[in-house]
Design a protein. Structure first.
Length: 194
């Protein structure tokens, strides 16, 4: 991890997950997200290049996704799970799922998740800048949908959309298990659905 402290962008209010937000709070969060997305990308680029010998330019190119991913994979920090972590993850879950959760003994660090969120913003922006049919949005119904009230990129065929953060979460988890994954590959996968 870079020696410099990561400039975390803090949401305007605390919450545990998007589903718990009222529609008004979801709107407020989305508007805030749209206001700070460029600053988040700038902070990410500054942080990366603070200690790198070879500059990574976040120029919204597909190639930049590959360079960014290669950098990020080396920066992922893993920590031991605490009893409090297990309690939070198991709360309200069925017993069979709690057993599977307790099989895990490590987690990704908070700073890694902060960087992950900003890479997600950048990934969404790359997709949108390359394809005029795509745009940021959020939805409040149906309430049981996976990405309800969360910033998404939409405008794909058949009403498809994705959560950039959820894509980065999946890729990060794969990277911690040394599974092959790539942000650039994810870009090409979603581009086929435009």
């Amino acid at each position: 991890m870079n020696n410099k402290k990561y400039p975390v962008t803090v949401a305007p209010f605390n919450f545990n997950n998007f589903k718990e937000l009222s529609n008004a709070k979801a709107k407020e969060y989305f508007e805030w997200y749209m206001e700070v997305k460029q600053k988040r990308i700038y902070n990410l680029e500054e942080y990366i290049n603070e200690n790198e010998n070879k500059r990574i330019l976040l120029d919204y190119s597909v190639e930049s996704l590959e360079k960014l991913w290669n950098w990020y994979k080396k920066e992922i920090e893993i920590e031991d799970m605490t009893e409090e972590d297990y309690r939070k993850l198991c709360e309200g879950r069925p017993e069979w799922l709690q057993e599977r959760i307790r099989e895990e003994n490590t987690k990704v660090s908070i700073i890694t998740w902060c960087i992950c969120q900003d890479i997600a913003v950048y990934f969404g922006e790359v997709m949108i800048k390359k394809h005029e049919t795509l745009h940021w949005d959020y939805f409040v119904k149906p309430k049981n949908a996976i990405n309800v009230k969360e910033p998404i990129v939409t405008g794909f065929i058949k009403g498809l959309y994705f959560s950039p953060f959820q894509i980065l979460v999946t890729l990060t988890k794969r990277a911690t298990r040394n599974e092959e994954s790539s942000l650039k590959e994810m870009y090409w996968k979603w581009e086929k659905m435009i």
